[in-house]
Design a binder for this molecule. Structure first.
Ligand code: C2E
Ligand code: CA
Ligand code: CA
Length: 619
């Protein structure tokens, strides 16, 4: 059994971890222990041909292998329980005490033998001391394991427990029936259990990408982070990964990773990790040379798959300079990935500026979290002008954070994506709808000439399976008719959504809610889908309008705006033009029969009381 494990272990590539080295020592000790166990049986039963000194030496080695084995198991469990964090000096000293005592007794202690039936056994202070020390390790192993049980996965816990039970049973049986010599075989079983649960190096390996996997990455990071003075992480991210997969299918996206792994391996001779879907990483424990980065950049310059260019970004992070623990490292990796997406250079190095951006991001995340817990949001309303009735018939509700702290005004454009990351957007969505409905109910807005209020729906909300019930529950609570609520979905959100999205929209539509496509002209318009969705309103993004009326007085942009207006009309939807800032814009749009105008020319988004004044003056 041990041979099979050892051969399998050697065959697979392994991580450079303390626990892995410890396990290798365990394997070697176990093998030596087994060989000596059998050897001593021979020497002790053949005193006629084996000299006394050799017999004693064999026993000494055998007993030494027992205590070393216990020592390594203890270290191993301790390291795992601490997630690869190294032992402190005092812990090392404590861990070594039983080993040192044993060593003294093994070298100088008295050893006797006795015979019974046709077998022979050793006893005496050397044996007893070592057994006591081994027992101490056993207790320490239990304490380390059960004290930090949460560190292990369920599967690992079960295998360790099974292993320990087998081992203890073996020891008990052996004490009762010494000739059985069970302890060796039981120990091999224990190693087997550990091997399958922790040390099967295939578990660290991503066979598709043919390099180490994400779990291995975290383990290696923990260990390096503790042990190294300098630590750099280099991520090679494929930025157009999703695009390539959607163009060429799953098999090709695996090929992309293989390809960048190969290219990276040809430049750097380090273990590579497939640490995230589209990222291959490696660690560097010394300053990174610009020559290496140049080589990497050059190597990735012309990478392609099926003639599609692979767009790679090389992200370099000085971990010891900018982070203080591994959790921060993981957070920074995510942040850097989105931050560097639109960077000009292929190589993106973590610097003070990025760190301060991340700090702002984290502060906003906290601000949003606090606001969710403490009713910290309020709504403002931007009236929307109807060019046919020449009055305000609708409005867009926009969210604001009430408290202004050192960050100043934070636009929803900035905090909504962060709320989405934090998993808070559903709660915020409910809160927005409740505030709007409460306002509409309290002020009887529909009686004041308002036909509906537009509310922004995040892409995540639109994909939630129970969004219909959620929204209806709120409108019913305030006795608001669904026809009073118009839900805005951005063009981009509607693009990468599938069946759930369409189903949700249809359910909400049949409940009576109407829909707008927001920010039209900013995504890649899927006109067929737009036609299927039957939007009641299409909101032309401000950029289209601003380009047409920009300083350059661009005719093409004006023609484009005109064509877009005609096209939306031909689809049977009404149009809202956003970002109307000047009289020129308003006149042009009204001439071209754009039904609704929204922008600072009419009004900025305003608080409830001011909004009420605007619509009352209007009716
Ligand atoms: P949006 O839906 O495109 O909202 C229009 C944004 O344009 C608003 O910014 C509004 O203040 C601004 N705006 C309107 N007219 C003009 C104009 O004439 N000139 C200029 N320069 N800007 C104008 P705001 O309120 O900062 O909202 C930004 C984005 O945040 C919104 O873009 C929307 O995507 C999102 N958002 C706002 N409120 C909510 C909400 O309650 N839920 C969700 N999910 N997203 C929201
Ligand atoms: Ca909107
Ligand atoms: Ca918009």
């Amino acid at each position: 059994m041990l041979f099979v494990i050892i051969i399998d272990y050697i065959r697979n590539p392994h991580l450079k971890l303390m626990s892995t080295r410890c396990f290798a020592s365990m394997l070697i000790c176990a093998l030596i222990n087994l060989v000596l166990d059998i050897g001593t049986v021979y020497t002790i039963t053949h005193p006629d041909i084996v000299p006394d000194a050799l017999n004693r030496l064999m026993h000494q080695l055998f007993i030494a292998s027992v205590i070393l084995l216990m020592f390594f198991i203890y270290l191993y469990v301790k390291i795992l329980a601490r997630n690869q964090i190294r032992l402190k000096k005092l812990e090392w000293v404590m861990a070594c005490i039983p080993l040192v005592i044993s060593a003294v007794f093994i070298i100088f202690g008295k050893l006797d033998y006795y015979r019974s039936y046709n077998a022979a056994y050793s006893y005496g202070p050397m044996v007893y001391t070592v057994f006591v020390c081994a027992f101490l390790y056993l207790v320490a192993i239990f304490a380390a394991f059960f004290g930090k049980k949460a560190m292990f996965t369920k599967y690992q816990r079960i295998s360790i427990q099974v292993g320990i039970v087998i081992w203890i049973c073996g020891l008990v049986v052996q004490m009762k029936f010494p000739p059985l010599l069970l302890s060796g075989i039981c120990f091999s079983l224990l190693v087997l259990c550990v091997y399958f649960s922790f040390e099967n190096q295939r578990e660290n390996f991503d066979s598709e990408a043919e390099c180490f996997n994400r779990a291995a990455f975290s383990r290696q990071l923990s260990e390096y982070y503790e042990g190294q003075k300098q630590l750099f992480l280099v991520n090679i991210a494929v930025e157009n990964y999703e695009r390539i997969s959607s163009l060429t299918g799953h098999a090709a996206s695996t090929d992309v990773i293989l390809k960048i792994r190969d290219i990276a391996a040809s430049v750097v001779k380090k273990p590579l990790f497939h640490s995230r879907t589209n990222i291959i990483s490696f660690f560097e424990t010394a300053e990174i040379s610009s020559q290496m980065l140049d080589e990497l950049t050059a190597a990735f310059e012309n990478a392609s798959i099926h003639d599609i260019a692979i767009k790679c970004r090389i992200i370099v992070m000085d971990l010891k300079k900018y982070t203080s623990n591994t959790d921060e490292v993981h957070e920074l990796i995510s942040f850097m990935r989105s931050y560097c997406k639109n960077a000009e250079n292929t190589v993106c190095c973590l610097d003070e500026e990025i760190v301060s951006k991340k700090l702002r991001h984290d502060k906003i995340a906290r601000l949003v979290g606090d606001a969710v817990e403490n009713d910290g949001f309020e709504m403002v309303y931007q009236p929307i002008y109807n060019t046919e009735t020449e009055s305000y018939k609708s409005a867009e509700a926009l969210i604001r954070i009430k408290s202004i702290d050192e960050l100043g005004f934070v636009s929803p454009e900035e905090f909504i994506p962060i709320a989405e990351e934090q998993g808070l957007i559903m709660e915020i969505g409910d809160c927005v709808l409740s505030m709007v409905c409460e306002f509409a109910h309290r002020e009887r807005l529909s009686e004041k000439g308002l036909s509906y209020i537009e509310i922004n729906l995040s892409g995540i909300q639109a994909l939630s399976p129970n969004i219909n019930e959620r929204i209806r529950k709120i409108t019913e609570r305030y006795n608001i008719s669904p026809s009073f609520i118009n839900l805005e979905i951005t063009e981009t959100a509607s693009l990468d959504s599938g069946d759930v999205f369409l189903e949700n929209i249809h359910k909400l539509k049949s409940s009576g809610f109407s829909f707008s496509m927001d920010d039209f002209g900013t995504g890649y318009s899927n006109l067929a889908q737009m036609n299927r969705m039957h939007y009641d309103l299409v909101k032309i993004d401000k950029s289209l309008l601003w380009d047409a009326f920009g300083e350059k007085n661009d005719d093409t942009a004006k023609n484009l705006l005109y064509s877009v207006i005609c096209m939306i009309k031909s689809m049977g939807a009404e149009i809202v033009a956003e970002g109307v800032e000047t009289k020129d814009m308003a006149d042009y749009l009204a001439e071209n029969k754009v039904e609704y105008l929204q922008g600072y020319y009419f009004s900025k988004p305003v608080k409830e009381d001011e909004f009420l004044k605007i619509i009352t003056a209007n009716s």
